[in-house]
Ligand binder design. Structure first.
Ligand code: HEM
Ligand SMILES: [Cu+2]
Length: 566
């Protein structure tokens, strides 16, 4: 892949650029004003991890309240705020930026064999726009937050009682403004990645030699740039209606509430691919490394990311099957929804085909990738249930829907996020983590997650509605199983978090290529130098061509740092 050229990286004489990026420059200011994509990625990583913890606390509170019918720990109004904040924080503050803006920022330029993204200043700006938006979110939370659900459906969210309206008095304006602002961070990250992929690939890295993680980020960036403006205008109209009583969505004022749902889901369905496609890219990287072979059907897998991006724009109407659409529209959206199964199936089948006859090793990154495979398949297949109109009429707005999207968002994206973190952690930090607690954490998360959400499929198919504070006594036992599952899940994430903290404090130094992978990011030091490579790489083969890789490229590099471990 990277037959190493002899000349030092052009334009750079050795002023500390070959020192790893974490220590190349010192002091808080060197982080606040950094233009280094890796440092910007690390700052995103800290922010999205904090958001995940906050969203997770809201989730545990929601689950705790559902432990018994009637009041358990909070009243109904607080419950509405809790699940709404859980959804808003998990979607806008955590999952949308999680893999693209955090991991993508750190890894994409290294995998492309280049020094940075196309627009470093824009990259830093996109981070501060995210922070700026998040501040409005926190402001809203401090002022009670919202009780509208994460979808901000109208007229409940757009009709302010303080202005003679009939909707919620909760802190909607700052929260919708937060989502509006953070959308621009997502758009700018997308623009940056598209320009970088087109213009900054290392010599020899043709499109057919690009890692699948980058294909996934490229497809995701297209969605971010095209779909996010629709959310922006939808939220502007909502804010204008709430503030000025304009009558766009509120039927009392001559508006149409279903129009809002069309606008909202025209963004939010493609947005689920912003959430899942990067995770699919991570899984391709991990499976190739731990099965020690090239991904079967490489180009099909690459194209299926673009396929998902395309089909994703055509199916938003499946969220409105029971919102009074015409039978014809419902039929068309249902048929289109089934198309989604094709690119998703291409990925799943090719991952399984790659594992078949692979020489598989089960280090913890691989456990997360295999968990993704299992749980994303459940999430995907139950999506087909909901795409079938006759079934959706029964299951819409029940816990079956909640379980479905958690199998995709947590069983899929979060597993890929945590898997990617375990996979690239040695590269990002220069430290190894303990494998035993990593595996214990994985087992707790795997068991806890399935117990929390498989039970919710049962609840939903028996008619338990979502967003309900109270429920019939017949549902209590299953809810209790689900809540206990969420405690196991929470404990698992804590074990993982402390294992990573332990690694930062006293972990063994990581070698260049601990997994013996032949992908490009493992051909530079751990952590990488400021401009990623001491010598500019030239690409001569595909990212997973183990049969073409040299021994040096496959070597782990432990011998290079053995003195450090004496
Ligand atoms: C990690 C553990 C998690 C647990 C235990 C959990 C639990 C729950 C529960 C019980 C609900 C339903 C509340 C109700 O309808 O009354 C819910 C809703 C939701 N969850 Fe999670 N969740 C978790 C993680 C996530 C993640 C990672 C995401 C990221 C996308 C997410 C997104 C959502 C959304 C969007 C809703 C809908 C909120 C609404 O109805 O407005 N959850 N979650
Ligand atoms: Cu959808």
């Amino acid at each position: 892949m990277a037959s190493v050229v002899t000349s030092p990286a052009h334009g750079h004489s050795d002023h500390g650029e070959n020192v790893n990026y974490l220590i190349a420059k010192r002091g808080l200011m060197s982080w606040i004003y950094t233009l280094d994509h890796k440092r910007i990625g690390v700052m995103y990583l800290i922010a999205v991890t904090a958001s995940f913890l906050l969203g997770g606390i809201f989730a545990l509170l929601v689950r705790a309240e559902l432990f018994t019918a009637g009041r358990t720990i909070m009243d109904a109004d607080t419950y509405n705020h809790m699940f709404s904040l859980h959804g808003v924080v998990m979607v806008f503050l955590f999952i949308i930026p999680s893999i693209p803006a955090a991991m993508g920022n750190i890894i994409l330029p290294v995998q492309l064999g280049t020094k940075d993204v196309a627009f470093p200043r824009l990259n830093l700006l996109s981070f501060y726009i995210y922070v700026f938006g998040a501040c409005f979110g926190v402001y809203s939370m401090v002022h009670g937050g919202v009780d509208t659900g994460w979808t901000f459906y109208v007229p409940y969210s757009s009709s302010d009682p303080a202005l003679g309206g009939v909707g919620t008095a909760s802190s909607v304006l700052p929260m919708t403004f937060a989502a509006f602002i953070m959308g621009f961070s997502s758009i700018l990250t997308g623009v940056n990645f598209i320009a970088t992929v087109h213009k900054m690939r290392a010599p020899g890295m043709t499109w057919r030699r690009m890692p699948l993680f980058i294909w996934a980020l490229y497809a995701t960036s297209i969605i971010q740039v095209l779909a996010t403006p629709v959310l922006a205008i939808t939220l502007v109209l909502l804010m204008a209606e709430r503030f000025l009583s304009l009558g766009i969505f509120d039927p009392r004022l001559g508006g149409d509430p279903v129009l809002y749902q069309h606008f909202f889901w025209f963004y939010s369905h493609p947005a689920v691919y912003i959430m899942i496609v990067p995770g699919m890219g991570v899984v391709s990287e991990i499976i190739a490394t731990f099965a020690r072979r090239s991904i079967v059907g490489y180009m099909f897998v690459a194209m299926s990311s673009l396929g998902l991006a395309l089909v994703g724009f055509l199916v938003w109407g499946h969220h409105l099957f029971v919102a009074g659409q015409s039978e014809y529209a419902v039929m068309v959206f249902s048929a289109l929804t089934f198309l989604v199964a094709i690119p998703s199936g291409v990925k799943v089948f090719n991952w399984v085909a790659t594992l078949y006859r692979g020489s598989i090793s089960f280090e913890s990154p691989m456990l997360w990738a295999l968990s993704f495979l299992f749980m994303f398949t459940i999430g995907g297949l139950t999506g087909l249930f909901l795409g079938m109109v006759a079934v959706d009429v029964h299951l819409h707005d029940t816990y079956f829907v909640v379980a479905h999207f958690h199998y995709v968002m947590v069983g899929g994206t979060v597993m890929a996020f945590v898997g990617g973190l375990h996979y690239w952690w040695p590269k990002i930090t220069g430290k190894m983590y303990e494998e035993r607690p990593a595996k214990i954490g994985w087992a707790l998360v795997f068991i806890g997650f399935n117990q929390t959400f498989i039970t919710q499929f049962v609840l939903g198919s028996r008619g338990m509605p979502r967003r309900y504070y109270d429920y019939l006594p017949e549902f209590q036992q299953i809810h209790q199983l689900s809540t206990i599952g969420s405690w196991i899940l929470g404990a698992g994430f804590l074990v993982l978090m402390f294992n990573f903290l332990g690694s930062l404090l006293k972990g063994k130094r990581a070698p260049r290529n601990p997994w013996g992978s032949c992908a490009l990011e493992w051909q530079t030091t751990s952590p990488p130098p400021l401009y990623n490579f001491v010598h500019d790489p030239v690409v001569t083969r595909g990212p997973y061509d183990y049969h073409l890789a040299t021994e040096e490229e496959l070597s782990t590099g432990w011998d290079e740092i053995k003195d450090d471990h004496k």
